[in-house]
Design a protein around this ligand. Structure first.
Ligand code: ADP
Length: 262
């Protein structure tokens, strides 16, 4: 996409020439399309829980619920509002990452500490799904330079997916290693390895897109916003980290983040 700008050049009150500017606005145009698509998706995603909430609230307001059904309706309202909160939280983080509005004070952050925190926060979900979460650290340093809140969000999203899309009695390993070049440490690598349902080959490239889900109903049932991996991708860009995803359907998925240490 191009934009043409023409400006006359004056001398002694006369036009002596024209400056033509041809601007390449492809990137701006594509960003505009992405923004429009995103707004349409957000409206759709918010509408679903809102319709449910107002439906259940109306039944309660009009005393149409049998007394024994009231706790069920209240729980539905609670769950749907929790889903909206999660969605709004993800949208806010993503738009901040997008507009480079994250406080870019980079500081030393210990990934092992985040891994321990995340493991703790997912322990209830892990128990519910009978999925074992463990951490392996193989003697490498575990500290990177980054923004704690974003790194936490990225690792949480990866581990939450690894639990959510796992199988009964499956496992999740958070493995922190590194690579060395000569005696110099080159990167800190954090991998989340699961024994879950896996991702079909044809979806591998698309799962990092906003609101892309392999199985829409499964993602919604487990409270997924469809934004988790987008946040991982944008957070990785902020940290100059590399993201690698490999998956075998029916066997499991591994996602690795490699952080430069310089
Ligand atoms: P969601 O909130 O739906 O989990 P994500 O952006 O985190 O959104 O992931 C996008 C989609 O990628 C998910 O809906 C799911 O289909 C697939 N996915 C992500 N992580 C895994 C995983 N570890 N195992 C299997 N499928 C996964």
């Amino acid at each position: 996409y191009y934009q043409l700008l023409a400006n006359p050049v004056h001398e002694d009150g006369k036009i002596i020439g024209i400056v033509l500017l041809i601007l390449d606005i492809t990137e701006k145009h594509e960003a505009e399309i992405r923004r429009k698509e995103f707004s349409a998706n957000v409206s759709h995603e918010l509408k679903t829980p809102l319709t449910a909430i107002s439906g259940y609230a109306e039944i309660l307001k009009n005393n149409l619920a049998k007394p024994e059904d009231i706790p069920y309706f209240c729980e539905k309202i609670f769950n749907e509002s929790a889903r909206m909160t999660a969605l709004l939280n993800d949208i806010m983080i993503l738009s901040k990452l997008d507009e480079n509005q994250i406080e870019t004070v980079m500081e030393p952050v210990d990934l092992l500490q985040i891994a321990n925190d995340v493991k703790e926060r997912l322990s209830v979900l892990g128990k519910e799904k009978h999925v074992q979460i463990s951490i392996e650290q193989q003697g490498f340093p575990t500290t990177v330079t980054g923004v704690h809140r974003i790194l936490d969000e990225m690792i949480f999203n990866l581990c939450e997916n690894a639990v959510k899309y796992n199988k009964e009695n499956g496992s999740v390993i958070i493995r922190i290693t590194g690579t060395y070049q000569g005696s110099e440490e080159k990167c800190v690598k954090l991998c989340v390895i699961d024994t879950g349902i896996g991702i079909p080959k044809e979806d591998l490239d698309r799962v990092f897109e906003r609101f892309y889900r392999v199985d829409k109903s499964r993602s919604r049932d487990t409270g997924g916003t469809g934004l988790g991996l987008s946040i991982v991708k944008h957070g990785a860009l902020l940290h100059h980290a590399k993201v690698e995803l490999s998956s075998i359907p029916g066997t499991g998925t591994t996602v690795c983040l490699s952080f430069p240490t310089t």
